[in-house]
Design a protein around this ligand. Structure first.
Ligand code: PEP
Ligand code: MG
Length: 754
């Protein structure tokens, strides 16, 4: 008997024969029949069968060589049933020398498979999801070699792509076969950027097109792969060698990259795949698909994290293969981008006019993609488990970032309802736009200053549109988070100068770097900490690494160039920290003066009130600062001991509760007493009902996300501050855990537009 499996590597490779058979004319059935015949012959198997998954989840025998032809379209297996079901469940190849003795073996007399002992099956995987199973069988009790298993997997991959993605088999011919998901589905995730959008799915990591799967020249393809892998290894080595690791970070993630990039097994699988006739891109996809199938089922979070690292590595390798200068994708008019996660700057590469929404399988509200989506005003829902396997390019999708849901292939009534809600939103936006020039005075004549939170250059474009009177919080770390490497002095100075230019006469409060916690940078990878929110973050990092902080202060001072400058330090937990931070500002001012550089025309240095500790030391802190701003996002997470980034605990407490409102009142009263200017810049300032409560407590400077300015101004214009004060003060003395309902009732009674 000739060595099985070798035929695949011949010059007129099996893959090519399969492609030709599938691409030929005639009905789908006869083409599939030919494919199984070719595979059986090449693999020296007596049987070769293709099972495809029906919409109801059952596997149906679609074509066979060697089993009884009468069984085709008759034999079906329920999910998990038989060895085919077992292969689907395992999501990886199953090789048995004596199949009938396996506990999952399910005897089907109509197939006539009694005489066959050896059994080898591989799932037809698309994006880690099995859409069918390819089986070969032999009469004798033989053990299939590793090479044969590998070959069958490659054939299965090509078949999967050709059946599902190639349009080689017409839709009518494959009716009812679940080559791609088609049912309406609703996925629940988290809101990353508010809004609603309806459009067509565009996959960020588009699968390799079926016509690009097979190579013309394996040797050339092998060279391409080798060059790309070497470039990838060099890139990672260079990153590790510290050029980017200015902070002496632990590089744990990079080390993992390096481990994979130099991994012999990974490299060998890629080479094997290319040698068998795949293009380098298809080889990457094949190996990726296998890893996904294997690691995707792992319950162990450590292993699942390794899968992420591997995915990133695969993406990097694909980028090396495509060359860096690939042109940006052309989007349909109403594109909804679908991605696992997006790296720095990825989102900015898409045409903003056409990109209507973003759905992410992973990410967090503090991830790059979420930050940029908010800045661009693109509705975004993240943490949608299983998203990528459930959506195909071009599928209609709704991004409902009001509720944190995604509707895939929505039913017509869901579309109609969403379009109606989008209309209402548009009308409200128009109303807010009309209020843009109206100053925000309460009905009883109190001025409330509404400011905007910002962090990226794109935010500046909408400063004028919002009607905000300045930037109350400029989160400088965003520039760092969307960069590939540490921004240099000139880059930082240029951004800050641009912000000041754009703001003109309006005030801008720059907050120094607030990294750490959930905001981690690949090039500043810190030690992994058990409690990052309580760890080495914000001003703590700046004080421990003065070079980084001083560089930023230098950039701020030099950007101000004779203009007023407001600097604020995040997460001040003790007066000593503020003293030390302020000393760095003084040193940098002196440094600039020694060089004859223009000093800021006025300098205000403030602290964020975010750590509960300083609330009990305001009498000492307030005299030292020029202003304070309350970061309620952090203050409340520390007050209620609930990680703001953890969805399981984030909803367990209410900002509209006696303890939260009492602490705000304490801060406000202390600031009035000492004559210190105070603002609130956490997200609560941008929500009308919460802002109503803050105004009632006496706050009159609120800084918020751009989308909050319109709704909050509408609320301010309708409020009688004195009546609000009386009502809210009585409510915070109650014994309820939350007074949200009561505050809402109060607001309605006072005809406040919330
Ligand atoms: C806050 O904590 O409320 C705040 C405004 O800062 P950040 O959300 O950036 O931590
Ligand atoms: Mg904060």
């Amino acid at each position: 008997m000739p060595a099985p499996g070798l035929a695949i590597r011949g010059p007129r490779s099996l893959l090519r024969q399969i492609r030709e058979a599938l691409a030929g004319g005639g009905p789908a059935q006869s083409r599939l029949d030919m494919v199984v015949r070719i595979i059986a012959r090449s693999m020296v198997a007596e049987v070769c069968s293709i099972y495809l998954r029906r919409a109801n989840g059952e596997m149906e025998l679609f074509a066979t060589e060697g089993l009884k032809p009468e069984a085709v379209h008759v034999t079906t297996l329920k999910p998990g049933e038989g060895l085919v079901g077992e292969t689907m469940r395992l999501n990886r190849p199953l090789s048995l020398s004596d199949a009938p003795n396996h506990p999952s073996f399910s005897y089907r007399p109509e197939t006539g498979e009694d005489p066959f002992h050896a059994f080898l099956a591989a799932p037809l995987l698309r994006g880690g999801r099995a859409i069918g199973v390819l089986v070969v069988q032999n009469r004798t009790e033989r053990v299939y070699t590793e090479e044969e298993v590998e070959d069958l997997q490659i054939i299965a991959m090509v078949l999967a792509e050709m059946v599902a993605g190639g349009g080689l088999l017409g839709e009518g011919e494959l009716k009812n076969v679940e080559i791609a998901p088609h049912r309406p589905e609703r996925l629940k995730g988290s809101r990353f950027a508010d809004g609603l959008a309806y459009g067509k799915a565009v996959l960020h990591e588009a699968p390799v097109a079926p016509e690009q799967l097979l190579s013309e020249d394996s040797a050339a393809e092998e060279r391409r792969l080798k060059t790309a892998v070497e470039a990838l290894q060099a890139q990672i080595d260079e990153m590790l060698e510290g050029q980017h690791g200015i902070l002496g970070a632990s590089f744990e993630v990079l080390e993992t990259y390096r481990m994979f990039a130099h991994d012999r097994g990974w490299n060998r699988s890629l080479e094997e795949a290319v040698r068998s006739g795949l293009t380098a891109e298809a080889a990457v996809e094949r190996v990726r698909s296998e890893h996904r199938a294997r690691l995707g089922q792992a319950r162990d979070p450590y292993l699942r994290e390794r899968l992420h690292d591997l995915e990133d590595l695969n993406d990097r390798l694909l980028r090396h293969l495509s060359g860096d200068g690939h042109a940006p994708r052309v989007l349909p008019d109403d594109a909804i981008l679908i991605a696992r996660n997006l790296g720095p700057a990825d989102l900015l590469e898409y045409d903003r006019g056409r990109l209507k929404g973003l759905l992410l399988e992973e990410g967090s509200s503090a991830s790059h993609a979420a930050i940029v989506a908010r800045a661009l005003g693109i509705p975004c829902v993240g943490r949608l488990a299983g998203l990528r396997d459930r959506v195909s390019e071009g599928d209609p999708v709704i991004v409902d970032a009001e509720t944190g849901e995604a509707y895939l292939r929505p039913r017509p009534d869901v579309i109609t309802a969403s379009l109606a809600r989008m209309d209402v939103r548009a009308q409200r936006q128009a109303e807010f736009a009309r209020l843009r020039e109206t100053p925000a005075f309460t009905r009883d004549g109190a001025k409330v200053t509404l400011l905007m939170n910002a962090g990226l250059a794109v935010d500046l474009d909408i400063l004028g549109e919002t009607g905000a009177e300045g930037i109350g919080l400029f989160r400088t770390e965003f520039q760092f988070m969307v960069a590939e490497e540490l921004p240099r002095l000139n880059t930082q100075t240029a951004l800050y100068a641009r912000v000041l230019d754009a703001a003109g006469d309006m005030p801008v409060t720059f907050r120094t770097l607030d990294l750490g916690g959930d905001k981690v940078l690949p090039y500043l990878e810190a030690e992994r900490e058990d409690n990052p929110a309580l760890g080495w973050r914000a001003v703590r990092m700046g004080l421990d690494r003065p070079a980084l902080l001083r560089l930023q202060l230098r950039a701020l001072i030099s950007a101000a160039r004779g203009r007023p400058l407001r600097i604020m330090f995040p997460l001040i937990a003790s007066v000593d920290e503020f003293r030390a931070a302020r000393a760095f500002v003084d040193q940098e001012i002196a440094w600039a003066q020694r060089r004859g550089r223009p000093a800021p025309s006025r300098l205000d240095v403030g602290a964020m009130v975010e750590a509960p500790s300083v609330v009990w030391h305001l009498d000492a802190l307030l005299p030292m600062v020029d202003f304070v701003s309350v970061g309620t996002n952090d203050l409340m997470q520390y007050m209620f001991a609930a990680d703001r980034g953890n969805p399981r605990v984030a909803d367990r407490y209410d900002f509209l509760s006696p303890p939260a409102l009492r602490v705000m009142k304490t801060i406000q009263d202390a600031c009035v007493e000492s004559g210190t200017s105070v603002s609130v810049c956490g997200e609560m300032a941008g929500r009308p009902l919460e802002a109503f409560a803050l105004i009632a407590l006496g706050f009159d400077h609120l800084s918020m996300p751009p989308s909050g300015v319109g709704p909050v101004k509408r609320m301010v214009l309708s409020v009688d501050r004195e009546a609000a004060r009386r009502g809210v003060l009585s409510l915070i003395r109650t014994s309820s855990g939350s007074v949200r309902n009561e505050i809402e009732t109060l607001a309605r009674k006072l005809y406040v537009a919330i």
